[in-house]
Ligand binder design. Structure first.
Ligand code: B12
Ligand code: SF4
Length: 497
């Protein structure tokens, strides 16, 4: 059996990092871990190829080679997914779909032969058996959420690692909290399931054996969802990193109550965590209450600072469009982002994802328009907002233009570098003199010569060089990412509501 695994294309969103990737000679930020895991769940004797449309084209020869086409998708990839299904069907191929979009959408799905809803650890082996008996079903619905002990090591070798700027591994699925807008808890559950320490070490070994050096994203919904297990894992990861010369810089997602556990933060620093993405959402108490985000009720600014003190850069998600947002929400978000020194602030407009508590409430209230695009940074809503939508969109655009204005952004980066000076005890993994010099030259040419904001860049460059020499590589990374955000803010931030 020949299986073609296809990851549809992402639109040009903040998360795509598309305008920053060329500086480091990469095509895409992360590989499609879901498909790499699916590949590992298939019989060893089957042939497989991966085509990630974010790094390469889908060739007719690939489709002709395959017996079946397996595709995944998030909501935001649905248009590209439809194209993939159409092309595969036109070549007479059987199409199998799975992933979060397929699992949670309320829209009609593309015309596929087999649909996998939920996690595939149990349903995929069942499908393989059914296929052998000639008795396959159209829909495979996971009866329960599988223990992650059954998740094999992802087939990392299937991806062309050189094309990606980071690798992904997963430690846990699910989150114990109950945020109203969140679909994680609907798709992956409220009881976080974790892998064993041995599984994690084996995945790290596998990536290292493939030659990977650099950033590894632990793609958990909430890395500290199961704190008891995380406390046991971290010393093992720290030991592995030390024994292997710190080949990986770790990045993950967490709830902000991470700041309440300083021993855990110290363990994360020792294990090589350099960045963490937090769901801060809003500094407005009433909106947090509405979103059922009880874990965010402490002093958010102090909590961010606590995490930064451990040498961990804080990235965070922010949302505008809650029913309780006051009129000055936009200034308050800007002020918070400025004072928290969070360079990468992902600000989005509230949208209701299918099956969430928010979706159900808005439906009850008769305010729902239909399924969202999945890209919360384009200026659309899928429900009737309390605030005038034109006002909301204008305010949102003001936030984006302000926080990614070069002076404001570079200042946040410098503030963040100052707060995260506690050094990690190793040099940057994956760094080569040639790679470093090439990236530096591209950045200097693009941001220091061609870009109209070059004066601000040089001011930043010189300050970073003088005051933050030890973190100079990070300064350049952040300058490149800031350019990506500014490009998108220019595009979205000026489009008409
Ligand atoms: C890592 C991650 C990212 C990464 C990279 C994603 C990538 N390259 O694949 C980045 C940071 C780029 C990202 C971005 C976004 N993401 Co994201 N992301 C995740 C995260 C945290 C982990 C994904 C992952 O690797 N999981 C591990 C694998 C093993 O799990 P899995 O994909 O579910 O696969 C299993 C099953 O679903 C199934 N399966 C999957 N595919 C297939 C295919 C077939 C054929 C079969 C049979 C089975 C199958 O088998 C697997 C094993 O059980 C998930 C949350 C989550 N827990 O999954 C959110 C998640 C997928 N992201 C989400 C969203 C909304 C986004 C953004 C739109 C956010 C934004 N507002 O901008 C952007 C859009 C992307 C873009 N570039 O523009 C949503 C999707 C919601 C939806 N219903 O579609 C999720 C669920 C989280 C959330 N609620 O916010 N994301
Ligand atoms: S903390 Fe994050 S993952 Fe957990 S329920 Fe809230 S939004 Fe979802």
């Amino acid at each position: 059996m020949k299986i073609l695994l296809v990851n549809p294309e992402f639109p040009d969103t903040y998360w795509s990092f598309r305008h920053a990737l060329p500086f480091e000679g990469k095509r895409c930020a992360f590989p499609p871990l879901g498909l790499l895991t699916v590949s590992s769940l298939l019989p060893k004797s089957w042939d497989r190829r991966l085509v990630d449309l974010n790094v390469e084209r889908l060739k007719t020869s690939d489709l002709d080679w395959a017996d079946m086409v397996f595709a995944t998708a998030m909501l935001v990839q649905k248009e590209s997914l439809r194209d993939v299904v159409r092309l595969a069907k036109a070549r007479g191929k059987k199409v199998v779909l799975g992933g979060p979009y397929v699992t949670s959408t309320v829209e009609e799905l593309p015309d596929a032969d087999h649909i996998f809803r939920g996690e595939a650890e149990q349903t995929l082996p069942q499908f393989v058996d059914d296929l052998a008996r000639g008795e396959t079903k159209h829909i495979y619905q996971a009866a329960e959420r599988p223990a992650l002990a059954t998740t094999p090591i992802a087939d990392f070798g299937l991806a062309n690692l050189k094309r990606y700027s980071a690798m992904s591994v997963q430690y846990s699925r699910g989150c114990p909290f109950s945020c109203e807008f969140c679909d994680i808890i609907e798709i992956y559950g409220r009881v976080p399931r974790t892998k064993s320490n041995q599984q994690m070490i084996a995945e790290f070994d596998a990536l290292k054996a493939l030659g990977w050096r650099g950033t590894v994203f632990i793609v958990d919904d909430n890395f500290i969802g199961n704190k008891k297990n995380v406390r046991l894992l971290l010393p093992e990861l720290a030991r592995w990193q030390k024994e292997n010369g710190y080949p990986f810089e770790l990045l993950t997602e967490s709830s902000i109550n991470l700041a309440d556990d300083e021993p855990l933060l110290a363990n994360m620093r020792d294990a090589g965590f350099h960045r963490v993405f937090l769901g801060i959402e809003t500094p407005v108490e009433e909106s947090l209450h509405e979103a059922q985000k009880s874990q965010n009720r402490g002093n958010l600014l102090e909590q961010v600072q606590t995490i930064q003190r451990y040498g961990i850069e804080v990235m965070a998600g922010f949302i505008v469009g809650f029913d309780n947002d006051p009129e000055d929400i936009f200034e308050r978000q800007i002020d918070f982002i400025r004072r928290s020194a969070i360079p990468l602030a992902m600000v989005g407009l509230l949208n209701a994802l299918p099956d969430t508590q928010l979706w159900k409430r808005l439906d009850r209230e008769g305010r729902l328009f239909g399924e969202a695009s999945g890209n919360n940074t384009v200026c659309t809503f899928n429900f009737k907002t309390r605030m005038d939508p034109a006002l909301l969109i204008r305010g949102y655009q003001t936030i984006m233009r302000t926080i990614y204005g070069p002076r404001e952004y570079y200042q946040r980066v410098l503030d963040s570098l100052r707060r995260t000076t506690q050094s990690h005890s190793h040099t940057k993994p994956g760094y080569t003199v040639v790679g470093g010099l090439t990236a530096l030259t591209k950045i200097l040419v693009r941001l220091g010569v061609i870009d109209r904001e070059r004066k601000e860049f040089w001011r930043f460059f010189v300050t970073a060089l003088i005051r933050h020499r030890a973190q100079f590589a990070d300064s350049l990374r952040l300058a490149a990412v800031g350019y990506h955000f500014r490009k998108l803010s220019d595009a979205y931030g000026n489009s008409a509501p």
